[in-house]
Design a protein around this ligand. Structure first.
Ligand code: ZN
Ligand code: ZN
Length: 445
């Protein structure tokens, strides 16, 4: 933001381009003009029309339309609703830029005049309210802006750019679905893959890039606990799955505290515990739903094995027969830990520092174990070096007010979630464009 203000004031007050970097001023001005003319309307349209995971039909068709209109070669329906756009511009490496498209099943409760009132039938067949409560509307709008800047600046790069609009990031299925559908074989395989996320807790106009692990492996686990139903007043006549479930919930907490080395991050959270019908009936079944996070494959395996061992042995200790032990199911939709390549991160940090100024680059230590299926696209899960970075989404003044006891900053996945669209979209566009120019520099003469 600071950079943009400087660029604008230099132009309007002095009638000159910025003395520091003519190139960056041109780029930010071009993006600002595109935002006013077109990107803002696209953002508002995406925000008002969010779609659930794997149901991003309308969003995908807009991506395809906008990319085609400026000369990209577009393929639709890659891994479901995924869209791939390719532009070749001479000899050189290949860069892949990714945006995720999906919204969340939430009723938007912001005070925005463009808030979503959309409803959609999800893959589970249920109609639900839908909201862009994670900011993926910023990501798709930015990738249209980036596509336009790259198409208009072919003298600044040599090689191939692959843009992808990915379905179903929120359910951790879309990245893998696109890869399984030939993303790295039917289309030019990238030498570098870049993605970003807008973050409501970071000041607008700031960027954060960290080498190494930046997202955790994520698994969803269902535990179906079988019991023997009976009258609540005659518990000895049955086997109580609620008591077994409660013991399992408590015992699972010893996995991280007693079995994983203290310096290794890990999380086992039980997010759902469902059982029973009424006060005086002991039911015959309880279902637990867990999320399991770690930063490496060994810890991940220890946690998943431990969950099965604890669940089955608590049922055994309660006297359940071998053929009625809990069923422990790990959902197919999971994601490994995500890494940013150290050399690539440093190279682009230098570019962003030049582009946005030193103050714009902030360091945001991880405070939890969020997951992101962008991890599938990059090393070590594929052999492509990648960078996943964060773009600030909330004006500094709002963050300051929240810190001083004012209205809190709504978290991602909250019905109150919002970000400043102009600052987020323009910075995402400028960062993706300048990073691509750097990685695909034409040979100097
Ligand atoms: Zn999300
Ligand atoms: Zn997200």
């Amino acid at each position: 933001m600071k950079h943009h203000l400087f660029a604008w004031s230099a132009v309007t007050l002095l009638g000159l381009t910025s003395p520091i970097s003519a190139q960056s001023t041109d780029l930010s001005e071009a993006i600002a003009a595109d935002y006013d003319n077109s990107l803002e309307a696209l953002f508002l349209d995406f925000h008002k029309n969010p779609e659930l995971s794997y149901k991003e039909v309308r969003t995908a068709s807009i991506m395809a339309r906008e990319w085609r209109a400026i000369g990209w070669t577009v393929t639709e329906n890659v891994g479901g609703t995924g869209v791939v756009a390719v532009m070749k511009n001479g000899e050189g490496p290949t860069v892949m830029l990714r945006a995720d498209m999906d919204g969340l099943p939430l009723l938007e409760n912001t005070d925005l005049d463009y808030k979503s009132t959309a409803k959609q039938v999800g893959t589970d067949g249920k109609e639900q309210p839908v909201m862009h409560a994670c900011g993926h509307d910023v990501h798709v709008t930015s990738l249209i802006g980036t596509a336009r800047q790259l198409a208009a600046s072919k003298e600044k790069w040599r090689g191939t750019v692959v843009l992808i609009a990915q379905p179903a990031e929120e359910t951790f299925g879309g990245a893998k679905a696109m890869l399984d559908d030939g993303l790295y074989s039917r289309f030019p395989k990238p030498d570098y893959a870049l993605g970003f996320h807008v973050i409501s807790g970071m000041p607008a106009g700031s960027l954060s890039l960290t080498p190494g692990i930046n997202t955790s492996s994520t698994d969803s686990v269902d535990i179906i606990i079988h019991g023997v139903g009976t009258h609540g007043a005659f518990p000895h006549a049955g086997k109580d799955p609620i008591v077994m479930g409660s013991q399992i919930v408590m015992a699972l907490q010893t996995l991280v505290s007693r079995e994983i080395a203290p310096l290794k991050p890990a999380v086992v959270s039980v997010g759902s515990f469902q059982s029973g019908f009424k006060h005086n009936i002991i039911p015959n079944k309880a279902i637990l739903q867990l999320t399991v996070r770690s930063d490496d494959a060994e810890t991940r395996k220890k946690l998943l094995d431990g969950i099965e061992r604890i669940s089955k042995n608590i049922a055994r200790a309660s006297g359940m027969p071998e053929d009625k032990l809990p069923e422990v199911n790990v959902a197919a939709e999971s994601t490994p830990a995500g890494y940013s390549d150290a050399a690539l991160t440093q190279r682009l940090k230098n570019v962003f520092t030049k582009q946005f100024g030193k103050e714009a680059i902030i360091s945001t230590p991880r405070t939890g174990m969020g997951g992101e299926d962008f991890a599938y696209f990059v090393a070590p899960n594929s052999d492509v070096p990648g960078l996943y970075f964060a773009v600030g989404g909330t004006p500094q003044a709002d963050l300051d007010r929240a810190k001083a006891g004012g209205p809190p900053i709504p978290a991602h996945h909250s019905p109150f979630f919002k970000v400043a669209p102009r600052e987020s979209v323009t910075m995402g566009t400028e960062a993706m464009t300048s990073a691509t120019w750097e990685l695909l520099q034409p040979p100097s003469n």
